[in-house]
Structure formats: structure tokens, C-alpha cells
Design a protein around this ligand. Sequence first.
Ligand SMILES: [Zn+2]
Length: 489
Amino acid sequence: MPDSRFLDRAGRRLSVNDNRDAALFMSDILNLPGLDVIETREDAHDYLIRVGRRRALDACPYCAGGPMVANGTKTQGLRDTPVHGKRVLIEWSRQRFLCRGCGRTSYDQHEAFDPDRRMTKRLVEYIGRTALRLTFTEVAAGVGVDEKTVRLVWSDWSEREIGRLEFATPRWLGIDEVHLIGKARGVFANVEARTALDITADRSQKTVATWLTKLPAKETVEIVTMDMWRPYYDAVRALLPRAVVVIDKWHVQKMANEALEGVRKALRADLPPARRRRLMHDRFVLLTRRRDLRMDQQIVLEAWTNEFPLLKAAYEAKEDFFGIWEIPSMTSGDAREAYRSWAERLPAELRPGFGALTTAVGNWSAPIWAYFDVPGGPTNAYVEALNGLVKVLNRMGRGYSIEVLRAKVLLAHGASKIGPMPKGKLLRDWQGDLTPPAFLRRPALERPLKGAGNTVEFITTLKALPPAPDVHFGIDLSTLARLIEEDAI
Ligand SMILES: [Zn+2]
């Protein structure tokens, strides 16, 4: 059946390339062995390629018997990948066969075509990849199918591709909340490798539990960092009972800043409008650590805190609270003690303002102070890499669904981090949120090797070990952010 797009306004067919050379040329272009190009036509936007083939079918697909006899043809339109920027419609004059044994009819099959869709398998692949860069509507226009078809094809394709990924289970799992396209999402990450493992559409306990249930080699996870979000915590406790849960210090320290902000806002009621605006403007000085203030900012700080003793007390309380994380060689026990002392010193009139903080620290005590028992702690580099990625994702995320954004992240091949599994363990023999073993309380680095007597022997032993197989650690956060910035993904 001729495609109406190949007829001009008077109903005449447009340029027909039906000579042998053109047919051979197109046959080569299609590169579908076994199919004979009968005719090709083209206009400014489309190629129509009529193909057929003559072949005998040996056995019946239903009864495996026969004999099979040719029994007419059926013309079928199938979409293929664009050629020279033009959409391609293949018209296949498909041979029908009748089985003399069972009386059923069957059609010629060709491995190039998707069994479930009226398109080639390579078009399915093309739609999958292209929809990571263009909107579904753009892809639909480019290949000549409707948007709904693109959506369905892409959805199946991405599910299959993501299902094929095999990321190494991290020793240190980060579960973070990020705001992407208007909603709080969950991000699962390998903190040590600084890679993304997945993005979830929401951050419900069910979603986290489902994700953790599918995680292979769960016993590999030794540390889980998260913010103070009960659904995460409950899911992790249930499914990774041996992992140590650590609340990232940023989430805890942030609450001291929020308390200070509360005190500032309460003061402004008594101020004339101009002074109120001034204080609003100067709030960044209050939120900055004292050691990071420039001289002029220190003067601003002093002016405000001298005028309002409560603001001064709140500022000092904030600084002291941050300071808990800066005392060298602290254990969780020391930190707990430092906090207790901080809370006792907190002036009575500040207690309501710092109430959210003290309640949270009370509720999350073990995972907050466990921070001090984990060697290293989550690094700034990790947090910055994650925030950097979220920033670029949000910038380019407009117009995409979270599903596409997730696939864009996970299927970004250029950002895959692949290498050998790091040796050793973060926390050997750790049994949960109990008192940590003594060796964990100090950094284990630069401890002399016991019994390392003969260097030559040591090196020989190392060489004899088989190389560790490479594993896929996930998608490198910084590389991915850079590739997106460069519009390379
Ligand atoms: Zn049969």
C-alpha cells in the first residue's frame, strides 16, 4: 500500500528510484541480509523502502511438521532508524505459508524486526538512546511514530538496560534526600567511590525497602550514612541489621543554624523597618563560622551581638555546637559527653529556640555520635560532588520525567567508574550500634606492618596474587555533572 506522503498534491508519486543501482544502494543502506529491496522512494523527509524475500519455510512453527507451501503475501509497514536524516518506512511484502500438516498459516520472520512492535530492533535501541537526549515528541517526529509509542518503547528499553547494570554493592552506602524536578527524591550512592547507584522517585520507607531488598551481597554494606529520616532508618535497620548507621554531620549542624535563625527572627519584631532589613542582610555573618569571618564582618557581628545579648548567646551556642565535630581524636563517647556539657551550658531562654535540635539529638543519639567512630567520616568531596550533580540535573531536568532523568544518570556510560575492588574492610567485626571495638576509635592509618621483615619476599607475594577483577562502582558523580555541563550526555 503506497504511503500517501509519497504522493504529490496531484496524487502523482514522487521520485521513484527503482533502478537496479539504487536498489542495491538502498539494500546496502538497510543492511538487513536476506531482504531484497524492490523499490525505494524518497521525498524531503522520508524514505519508503519496499522489501520482500522469497524463501521456503522448512517446518511449521506450530506443529514442527509440514510440508509448508507458499500461500500469498501480506504487506506490512515497519519503521526503521533514520537514514541521512530522513525517516524510514520499510514496506515488507511478507510471505505467508500454509502448513499442510495442521492447516495453520504462519508468516516469514526476520530477526531484524522486533517481534512485538512494528519496527526494527535497532530502532528500539535508537529510540532508547535518543530519548535520553531529546524529548519523546522530538524523537517521535524524527523517526515517524507517535509519541505514545516512543514512550512505551523507551520505558521497556530503559527498564531492560538498567536491569542489566551490575553495580558493586558498596561498603559505605549513602542514602540522601535531594530535590529534583519539584520533589524530594532518594539518591543511593557509594560514598567511598563517590558514585551514584540509583535515584528513586520518592523517599518512602517502601521505596527504600524495595531498593535494599534487591541489593545483592547485603553483608558488604558496613556503613550507611543518611539524614534524620525515620523511614530510611527503619528500612536500613530491618534489611541491613549489621550495618552501622551514621547521620551525616551536615544534617545535624544545620539545625544549629536554623535555631540561630529562629532567634534572629524573633528579635526583628521590636526593630524599626530599616534596622530589620539591616539584620536580614547581615544574617549571613551570623551563619558564618567565626574563624571564616573577615575583619569587617567581625565588626558587624560584634555590633549586633553587643546590642542583643540573646543573639550573642545563640551565636556562641551555634559555634560551640559546630565545635564538637572539630575536637581532635574524639570517640562517640567523648562527643556524647561534649554535647551533654554543651546542652547544660545552654541558657534557659535559648532552650525553646534550640528545642528542635536537642530533640533530634535525643532521638538520634546513637547514629549521630557514631560519626566519630567511623574512620574518616563522609568527606566534603562526596557531599560537594553530590550537590554539584543535583544542581546540573535540576538545571537540565526541565521537560524530563524523573524516570528519564534516572535513566540519563544510570546509563551515562562515559561516567561509569570501573576498577578493582578496594582491599580491606572499613569496619571488621562490627556488630551494630553498640559500643565500637577499641581499634575503631583511632584512625588505623600509618600503623606499621606487623612482621614485615623481608621486603623482597613481601613484593614477590604481592606479585603472585592474581589481579582483582574489575567491578562497576556506579556513575561517578563529578564526571556525570561535567558531561551534562558539556552537553555530552
Ligand atoms: Zn503445522
